[in-house]
Design a protein around this ligand. Structure first.
Ligand SMILES: CCCCCCCCCC(=O)SCCNC(=O)CCNC(=O)[C@H](O)C(C)(C)COP(=O)(O)OP(=O)(O)OC[C@H]1O[C@@H](n2cnc3c(N)ncnc32)[C@H](O)[C@@H]1OP(=O)(O)O
Length: 291
């Protein structure tokens, strides 16, 4: 599906949370080459996204760009957002290593990354049990497309955990998802701006990471979700600048509800810092829009 007009966007908003994935530019190019029954509008040019800016009259927001989406009829659905919808360049993937990462953080990243699915030179994928989840600092705009009911989320909004510009000062983390066991693991290095008690991480920052990791996990499992309940027990303080693991596992799914449990441990797993349980409810995009 090419998001090029009001009808497509309306369809996209209806499919949101039911296995919709935005395609990357190379994927979109391949899809149009092999699957599109009709030629794409001349405005579609993945190599120069500035050229396919199109008017977006029904929301009042001009400059929306066309993107490709793919509907994936699987139980576990990727939920890759594409902030380049609003940008002429690829967004920064915050889950990739940077110079602030300690050697321990880097080592753990490589440990899990080496077990991920990889692309080979021939274009084939070598299956790995894990998948690194990319992480961006902004989400795309949601539209209802309904008459008079469209609402656009603030373009200036930024994901809470990714809005500290100084590398290493705030939340440095990467989430990996194990495909078949419905578990996620996050390697987390809390920076000095997350202080609570002297030298230790603030409980709210720990709660934020737990909500983010379990919420991301629930999103990949169920689509669009909201946290309904989070119960946290703090067992031992987390030193600032240390590296910890946030383990997330799906306990059960009951209708719209996903029950997830979580433990924050030292990097070798020997020390329990925090444990939590969360309830996530699958919601319709209209819930976010207050419709
Ligand atoms: C890819 C990037 C990912 C980034 C990840 C970031 C994740 C961050 C996630 C968040 O932080 S979300 C923000 C914090 N959460 C909120 O602001 C949610 C505010 N609450 C609501 O919007 C609604 O209350 C909610 C969507 C949670 C539920 O409203 P609904 O109208 O959809 O559900 P309803 O009240 O009809 O209840 C449905 C069922 O859930 C149960 N339920 C609802 N809230 C509950 C609760 N708090 N505790 C226990 N059960 C609850 C309720 O009893 C009922 O059970 P039964 O079906 O068995 O009768």
């Amino acid at each position: 599906m090419l998001l090029c007009c009001r009808a497509c966007r309306t369809m996209f908003s209806r499919l949101w949370g039911r296995g919709v994935r935005l395609l990357s530019a190379p994927e979109a190019t391949a899809a149009t080459a092999f699957q599109s029954p009709t030629p794409l509008p001349p405005t579609w040019n993945p190599d120069n996204r500035q050229d396919h800016t199109i008017p977006f009259p029904f929301s009042g927001a001009s400059g929306m760009r066309a993107v490709m989406v793919e509907v994936i009829p699987l139980n576990i659905r990727p939920f890759t957002m594409a902030p380049w919808l609003f940008s002429s360049s690829q967004p920064r993937d915050y889950s990739l290593p940077n110079s602030s990462w300690s050697s321990e953080m880097q080592k753990l990243y490589e440990h899990y990354n080496n077990m991920c699915e990889v692309d080979t030179e021939g274009g084939n994928k070598v299956k790995g049990a894990w998948r690194r989840l990319p992480s961006y600092n902004s989400c795309l705009e949601y539209v209802t497309g309904g008459q008079g009911g469209s609402k656009v989320l603030q373009q200036e909004a930024r994901l809470f955990t990714r809005n500290i510009e100084e590398q290493g000062a705030g939340f440095e983390y990467v989430v990996f998802m194990k495909k078949h066991e419905k578990t996620c693991i996050c390697v987390f290095q809390p920076g000095h701006l997350l202080e609570g008690p002297p030298g230790y991480v603030h409980g709210g920052a720990i709660a934020t990471m737990i909500d983010s990791v379990t919420g991301t996990h629930a999103t990949y499992l169920s689509g669009l979700i909201m946290t309904a309940n989070l119960t946290i027990n703090y067992r031992s303080p987390i030193p600032l600048g240390s590296v910890v693991l946030v383990h997330s596992s799906l306990d059960k799914v009951e209708g719209r509800k996903a029950f997830i449990s979580c433990q924050v441990t030292s990097s070798d797993g020997s020390k329990l810092h925090t444990e939590a349980t969360g309830l996530f409810l699958k919601v319709d995009v209209r819930h976010l829009l207050g419709a």
